[in-house]
Write a protein that binds this ligand. Sequence first.
Ligand SMILES: C[S@@+](CC[C@H](N)C(=O)[O-])C[C@H]1O[C@@H](n2cnc3c(N)ncnc32)[C@H](O)[C@@H]1O
Length: 289
Amino acid sequence: MRQITKELIQKYDIRLTKSLGQNFLVDDNIIDKIVNMADIDKNDIVIEVGPGIGNMTRRLAAKAGRLIAVEIDKHLIPPLEEVLKEFPNSSLINKDILKTSLEEVIREEKEKAPETEHVKIVANLPYYITTPIIMKFLEENPGIDTMVFMIQKEVAERIVASPGGKDYGALSVAVQYYSKPERLFDVSPHCFVPKPEVDSTVIRMKVFKEPAVKLINKDMFFTTVKASFGQRRKTLLNALSNSNKFAKSKEEIRQILIDLGIDENARGETLTINQFAQISNRFAQPTQN
Ligand SMILES: C[S@@+](CC[C@H](N)C(=O)[O-])C[C@H]1O[C@@H](n2cnc3c(N)ncnc32)[C@H](O)[C@@H]1O
């Protein structure tokens, strides 16, 4: 793939744009490993974010029922068209993924291939917008089944972290509310052209049909999580009562924590998603006199 990449870059006179996170994966083994982790077959609609010059795209298109590649950089469209012309089951969209309606894209693809059953997202993500892309997919979730992403190692560690560890934070809770993330393997900077400045990790997220916990008010849940992690050195009681978002006195918050059997001196980073849900569900109920 290193040679094909070089030839395409020369042929189309491509200037790589660092600010768009353009580090192309050129190691065939790693490309195959990522594609295999998504377990793709002809029943799948696969969306690839940022196909670049199509190194992984061609493998995805060969396996999927439908393949949609969404690339922001118009300079990469001619080489992508060349790569994809042998795959009539593919669509190429020249757009910013953050401004693309996934629901619309999937609806159109389903019309083209009604026999497809699952939606999978596979990408070597542009690292400058890793979190917004992942959160967009999870929040919009128009029936996504699995997502396999290469991302910065440090972000992968935060996503899969468990309560109590130094990497556990609002991102871990948000992703684990919607999905079960799993760390698969690390990838060296040598596998890319040009080499990125950070280490990379491939993760897989199995997206839940129903979120991990039942909530009375989703905004209240995320506000509770944010307040708990916002002041890491404070006890849970102080972090929550210093926030003015809950319309509860310190005494009322203390009582809620006692009722739930949660230590008021604990730190936010030791709480499970279930405990955040329990607290926020109590906050979502009006105070009883
Ligand atoms: C890390 S490269 C991956 C390229 C290719 N998939 C590979 O593995 O070799 C990220 C790609 O995402 C594209 N990209 C950056 N921002 C984007 C956005 N907002 N929407 C869609 N594509 C984007 C870049 O132009 C680039 O092609």
